[in-house]
Design a binder for this molecule. Structure first.
Ligand code: PLP
Ligand SMILES: N[C@@H](CCOP(=O)(O)O)C(=O)O
Length: 463
């Protein structure tokens, strides 16, 4: 399988090269040159199979030229060995036709572990084979950073620098990033918001001298390997509800559009997905855009679902690439308008293409709090604020005949203040991280200045 850039001007790469490269050199994002499909029989065959086995079958066509079958199966087995639930991604019934897919049983209690644990294994295999080392930079609104640090801490061939917005992540998220004491891990608290952190990461990739001198790699969902690993749980969830013989819908709490884009890939691969519902918090650029108002940045407002406090949603570029019939020049033009003028209008044809796949909704802060409270009373499920945004929006899109799955993207214990405020229940951390509040922290506060960030990284990267 070859990978191509959404802006059409970067070299085609293998899976391994695309994974280690991160952002394409034309500023675009890598996508597979074609999306492989699975037959209804193959999908039906996933019923009752362990998650790891489904994972291998779904992802193998994308990675097969880069890893041997044995390497890839080994990576999958090691990636999911430490999850705190035997099913890895259990499905719970909330009511009638509405289900919750719990994606927070990994080591850092968020859905990011599904991909990050796997790419941690794949990076190690590839770097060992090449005798190479890389500098990973990542931007986080809380969960990607902790998952990346967990996946790469202590590895010889990797330095990892995580940029998070100072004061805009939860205490648990911050401590997950600042308490690991391995010297290859560096938490940077940036004076700015998540979009500033993400822009800095992209600017570093576009600074080729810097990029090449430190062997830059990226583990945000700009990396297609991140998206790919997330495709798997759409299959396991849908099949357990009767797919491919029955259609299933998904509602996805959305920020950077990576998770829902994984749903799009699953759909294109042949999974009968009826609706893909984008659920946003008050930072609702995606909901506004999908409602026909164009894609225009507003100010990012801090919320009780901080991981979704995002205005420039990086994977939306991938969605646009398909909506514009894979026209890289058109996508490059839109991204230029976004950078220069803060937004763009989507053509009528592309809006139509998006509307065939995605619908959307938004939850205010009050609605999120009310949903945490009401869902606890109704089903006994204690939601994190991100899951609550999803549940609120999902309820506006329920249909009698098609099951709806809402993705519960993080454990409530990552956001105890908001959860307790809403429900009166303080969600405790699982025993394996019960001493998180006592561990000492190590973090560098840094201004939102590309030169300062690059200097810091240069100084702290192992040669
Ligand atoms: C808990 C949680 N929910 C939802 C999201 C949104 O996911 P995505 O950025 O893939 O849209 C994030 C961040 O990415 C998150 O950390
Ligand atoms: N919500 C994310 C933001 C980064 O998203 P990514 O999926 O592109 O890595 C976070 O928690 O960091």
């Amino acid at each position: 399988m070859k990978y191509i850039s959404t802006r059409g001007q970067a070299p085609e790469l293998s899976f391994e090269d695309a994974m280690l490269t991160g952002l394409a050199r034309d500023g675009g994002l890598y996508v597979p040159a074609h999306i492989p499909t699975l037959s209804a029989e193959e999908i039906a065959g996933f019923a009752g199979k362990p998650y790891e086995e489904v994972a291998f079958h779904v992802m193998w066509p994308y990675v097969s030229g880069s890893f041997s079958e044995e390497e890839f199966k080994g990576a999958i087995a090691r990636a999911y060995a430490d999850f705190g639930h035997a099913a890895l991604a259990p499905l719970k019934q909330l009511a009638g036709n509405h289900f919750l897919l719990e994606l927070f049983h990994g080591p850092t209690l968020a859905f990011k572990d599904f991909a990050m644990q796997l790419i941690g294994q794949l990076f190690q295999t590839a770097l060992k084979r090449r005798g190479d080392r890389v500098t990973i930079v990542g931007a986080t609104s809380g969960d990607t950073g902790s998952a990346a640090i967990e996946a790469f801490r202590g590895l010889d061939a990797v330095d990892v620098f995580i940029l998070y917005p100072h004061g805009r992540v939860s205490e648990v998220q911050r401590r997950q990033m600042t308490t690991p004491n391995e010297p290859n891990v560096h938490a940077l608290a940036v004076d700015g918001d998540f979009d500033d952190c993400q822009a800095a990461v992209k600017d570093m990739f576009n600074d080729f001298d810097f990029r090449d001198s430190v062997h830059l790699a990226g583990v945000n969902s700009i990396n297609f390997a991140r998206v790919l690993a997330q495709v798997v749980y759409y299959f396991t969830a849908a099949v357990s509800l009767g797919a491919p013989h029955r259609k299933v819908s998904f509602t996805v709490p959305t920020g950077n559009f990576g998770d829902i884009f994984a749903g799009y890939i699953a759909r294109q691969m042949g999974l009968p997905i009826e609706q893909l519902v984008v659920a946003t918090n008050q930072n609702d650029i995606l909901h506004r855009c999908l409602s026909g108002e164009g894609y225009f940045k507003g100010e990012t407002m801090p919320s009780i679902s901080p991981s979704m406090d995002i205005q420039v949603s990086s994977n939306f570029e991938r969605a646009l690439f398909y909506a514009y019939d894979q026209d890289g020049a058109a996508v490059a033009q839109l991204m230029d308008e976004l950078k220069q003028g803060g937004g763009f209008n989507v053509s009528q044809g592309a809006m139509q293409a998006l509307a065939e796949i995605y619908t959307s909704g938004r939850a205010s802060e009050e609605e999120t709090l009310a949903t945490i409270k009401s869902e606890l009373a109704a089903s006994g499920e204690l939601l994190c604020p991100h899951g609550a945004v999803g549940v609120k929006v999902a309820k506006e899109h329920l249909h009698e005949s098609v099951p709806m799955v809402t993705l519960a993207t993080a454990h409530p214990a990552k956001f105890p203040a908001a959860v307790e405020d809403a429900s009166g229940v303080f969600p405790p951390l699982p025993p394996r991280m019960a001493d998180l509040y006592e561990r000492s922290e190590r973090v560098t506060r840094i201004t939102n200045d590309l030169g300062a960030i690059e200097d810091h990284i240069r100084k702290h990267t192992k040669p």
